[in-house]
Write a protein that binds this ligand. Structure first.
Ligand code: AVI
Length: 342
């Protein structure tokens, strides 16, 4: 809704918000996509050590549960990152201006509810905003809300699984592209995959990027880390178990959620939080053409969330080809925001 501005008693209506453009490059129901998804899920589920990729958390309910996670006391990354933005937005805007970037095309990777970009837009004044997410319907709603807040902003929403391939359509402005990858989502890739992804963005022939604004969670004590992924209310447990319901939909499998329990642990040797689903009894799961038996205590690995040091992340960005790397952090050094120029 466009509320009128009240200036010195005069009511000046805001221009009506146009609808954001939306391009859906990810349709589960398309036979080719459905087949490759079924193949990917089957490979993971029949492996000796079963796994399901974390992108399958994010169906409609999963996106809402993740939104709830970000409001939990235990889940410090979201509010810590927001605090860094709030304290440092002027410095971030100045850094981009010094690099000669004035009205960027802000490409929001894994935009979700677009809340982080909404806080940043008034400071970076982008010419175009491009939120991208695999959770298509959820993103559509979020992009409309951004459009309501910024009625004249050019918005191109993209439904896309960019973990597989980041290919931007021609509707995305080709100059002054600034990639925005907040929330430590890069940490859900292995360090090797993260390097490949960063190299892809830094490669001028492919990404046409001017730079990357990256939020990364830092190594800290195990108690704080494990509580963030195993909260008292059980929201993260529900988020993890909901993955089984999404797999049931995608694969026509018969997982029974009550037979599984949520496990989150910090693997210090690998510097990562691991999330698993553990069978609480001997059981079997069936889907067309397949059956997998699980013994009580056997696990499905559902997520890694890597935690970096400041030096480690700087080295990774340099190795990927970025330059002029800067970072901002919070007083506890729990989270960092990096700027890396191409
Ligand atoms: C999206 N991603 C950065 C979250 C994380 O912290 O790794 C996903 C998450 N998993 C459990 N809680 C939050």
């Amino acid at each position: 809704m466009n509320l009128p501005l009240n200036l010195a008693g005069l009511s000046v209506p805001l221009p009506p918000a146009s609808s954001p453009q939306f391009i859906n490059l990810y349709t589960e129901s398309q036979p080719r996509q459905a087949l490759s998804t079924a193949r990917e899920l089957t490979e993971g589920l029949i492996a000796g050590k079963a796994s399901v990729a974390p992108k399958f958390f994010y169906d409609g309910l999963g996106s809402k549960l993740f939104e709830a996670i970000t409001e939990l006391d235990e889940y410090y990354p979201t509010r810590t990152e927001a605090g860094i933005f709030e304290a440092c937005h002027a410095q971030i805007a100045a850094t981009l201006a010094e690099a000669g970037i004035h009205r960027p095309c802000l490409i929001d990777l894994g935009a979700g509810n677009c809340a982080k970009a909404t806080a940043l837009i008034p400071h970076l004044h982008p010419d175009q905003y491009v939120p991208i997410d695999i959770s298509v319907e959820f993103l559509k709603g979020a992009a409309e809300q951004v459009q309501n807040s910024f009625p004249t902003l050019d918005i191109v929403g993209l439904g896309m699984d960019f973990s597989a391939r980041l290919m931007l359509p021609e509707e995305v402005q080709s100059h002054d592209r600034v990639f925005f990858y907040p929330g430590s989502s890069l940490g859900n890739f292995s360090p090797d995959e993260a390097l490949q992804f960063l190299q892809h963005i830094a490669n001028p022939a492919q990404g046409k990027a001017r730079g990357l604004l990256l939020g990364i969670d830092l190594v800290k004590d195990t108690v704080t880390l494990e509580a963030a992924y195993d909260d008292a209310l059980g929201v993260t447990a529900a988020f993890n178990k909901n993955l089984l319901l999404n797999v049931n939909t995608l694969l026509q499998s018969d997982f029974k959620v009550r037979q599984w329990r949520h496990v989150a642990l910090f693997n210090a040797a690998q510097s990562r939080i691991e999330m698993h689903l553990e069978a609480t009894c001997d059981l079997s799961v069936r889907w067309p053409g397949h059956e997998r038996r699980f013994r009580a205590g056997e696990r499905i690995h559902t997520e890694n969330s890597y935690k970096y040091t400041l030096e480690g992340m700087k080295a990774l960005l340099q190795q990927a080809g970025f330059r002029h790397i800067q970072h901002w952090t919070d007083p506890n050094q729990w989270f960092a925001l990096f700027w890396a120029a191409v």
